[in-house]
Design a protein around this ligand. Structure first.
Ligand code: DCT
Ligand code: MG
Length: 510
């Protein structure tokens, strides 16, 4: 919840629109003292210049309002080096040889990195010497990054966790979630796709010009981006975050086992807090919800990478005790390189196991953990997998493999790692774990499906259907034209069947 709210509930107030004025940052805000920037207004315009100046100051850069001797870096847009020199001459300022003349792309990369980045030939403005006899290269007109082709499908974009547009994507994530709570699928997709495409961009949106040529940004989305650029926040997002229904659904669905139906019911009954719900004697809870309330504090505090690794050791130990040749792979967010998650997902498969042994593995593991007292909650879902079933048409379809939804008691390492004890003094933490068991020949499909992200999976299936006349799900890939199932031993082969460039798991954070 906090990560969603940060950008909107932060201390940023609506500013009066006079950013171009003399708003020098207090000196303690300057982090990079070796650089003194001056941003040229010519061809950039007052508003964009003021925006960039403020952004750079917020990131700890020293930016001067006026050009002076102390300036070390001049940043310009749509100007060649010669243009800048000419302008300096008109201002009667002699450029020292130390002065760096840079394209705005350098500043934008610095903003993204939160620190000065190396200046390469791409950033340095070329000065054309008309008086010299030798021809020198023409100033390079690099096309704006935004104009490079961005695919409307997440499975054709590389989306790492390095999100340069968090201010915007947090906003669209909130709006998408609100639509999800209202079961408004159409609007949900509009906002989810907008957030997803913005997460893939290698640059920060700073002006509306940067949004040109980017797919999945309709008028509604663009008007929200514009408002955020101008005011630092969106009034619509603010309204959602303050909305009682949204807040209640957010709270209720944070309980394991509580979905939209239950949230709706509790909201209609007038409940607004979990404590009132828990203490109400007329309400009936499922086994899942009971566990959700019992281990609530542990489950809302996210799983760390270290905890995921500790769970991974336990899973491997248990699985290998029964099937020594099994492959155990962490999937979900942790496979995509996330540092935290709401659960830990595993895919298990064995090349040598018979169908019987395969089916017996998860029950045996559960039995073992039950005896050790580690199973705080367990829901074993039997397989409904059929070999010749066509892949599902639904983009969000659940798969048919045998699986376990668990809450596991993870004991803290016996040697104190120096971590603060956040679990109220008890020596363990409850962790949500999903185990999926799949037939060995389906492992590539299962792995691809369980690695996510949700948006990446949705777009893979959408791409297969609309661009390739194929059907893809967590079990299989079917070519409708040739009427055959396409086999795959690895994720790479599935991408190749689909005619897609391979995207690594850490680039699937769409
Ligand atoms: N998945 C899917 N469709 C769904 C739900 C899940 O394709 N309706 C896939 C995508 C990710 C994977 O299963 C694991 O799901 P989660 O654990 O819910 O997501 P996650 O990416 O691991 O994120 P989190 O950090 O919240 O666990
Ligand atoms: Mg997960």
């Amino acid at each position: 919840m906090d990560s969603l709210c940060m950008a909107h509930l932060g201390p940023r107030k609506k500013r009066p629109r006079q950013m171009g004025g003399s708003m020098a940052s207090p000196p303690q805000d300057i982090k990079f003292r070796d650089l003194v920037l001056f941003i040229l207004e010519k061809k950039m315009g007052t508003t964009r210049r003021a925006f960039l100046m403020e952004l750079a100051r917020r990131k700890g850069f020293r930016v001067e309002n006026e050009l002076s001797d102390s300036v070390t870096h001049i940043v310009a847009e749509n100007n060649s080096g010669s243009d800048v020199l000419e302008w300096l001459q008109v201002q009667n300022i002699k450029a020292s040889s130390q002065l760096e003349l840079l394209d705005v792309s350098w500043l934008i990369e610095c903003m993204r990195a939160g620190k000065p980045v190396e200046m390469t030939g791409q950033h340095q403005l070329v000065v054309r010497r008309d008086d010299s006899g030798s021809p020198s290269p023409e100033p390079q007109e690099t096309p704006p990054l935004a104009l490079r082709k961005v695919s409307p499908y997440a499975c054709q974009r590389r989306t790492t966790l390095n999100n340069c547009n968090r201010l915007f994507t947090d906003a669209f994530d909130v709006l998408a979630e609100d639509c999800e709570f209202r079961e408004n699928e159409g609007s949900y997709l509009v906002f989810a796709r907008a957030a997803s495409v913005l997460k893939s961009l290698p640059f920060t949106i700073i002006s509306m010009k940067d949004t040109e040529g980017i797919p999945c940004l309709g008028d509604k989305v663009k008007s929200i981006i514009e408002e955020i650029i101008e005011d630092g926040e969106s009034s619509e997002v603010k309204a959602v975050l303050n909305n009682e229904r949204y807040q209640s659904f957010k709270l209720f669905t944070s309980v394991f086992g509580v979905g939209l139906k239950t949230s709706e019911k509790w909201f209609r009954m007038g409940f607004r807090t979990l404590s009132k719900i828990k203490s109400d004697t007329t309400l009936k809870f499922t086994r899942m919800q009971k566990a959700g309330f019992l281990y609530y504090e542990d489950l809302v505090s996210c799983v760390t990478k270290a905890e995921a690794e500790a769970v991974s050791v336990l899973v491997k130990e248990a699985v290998w005790a029964f099937l020594p040749d099994a492959f155990v792979t962490v999937t979900g967010g942790f496979r995509r390189g996330k540092k935290i998650g709401h659960d830990v997902d595993f895919l298990i498969t064995s090349p040598g196991a018979t169908e019987e042994e395969e089916q017996q593995l998860l029950p045996k593991v559960m039995n073992l953990w039950e005896k050790k007292g580690w199973l705080l909650y367990c829901d074993l879902v039997e397989s409904t997998f059929e070999k010749f079933k066509l892949p599902s048409r639904k983009v969000d379809a659940l798969d048919h493999f045998q699986k376990c939804f668990l809450i596991l008691k993870l004991h803290h390492p016996s040697v104190d790692s120096g971590q603060p004890d956040l679990q109220g003094g008890k020596p363990w933490k409850a962790i949500r774990v999903d185990l999926v068991m799949c037939p060995y020949e389906r492992r590539a499909f299962a792995l691809l499906g369980w690695t996510g992200s949700r948006q990446f999976e949705r777009d893979l299936r959408r791409y297969a259907t609309h661009e390739r006349k194929m059907m893809l799900d967590n079990h299989a890939l079917y070519d409708k034209t040739k009427r055959i199932f396409l086999k795959a031993e690895s994720e790479e082969e599935i991408f190749a069947h689909l005619g897609l460039d391979y995207i690594d798991p850490w680039e699937r954070n769409a």
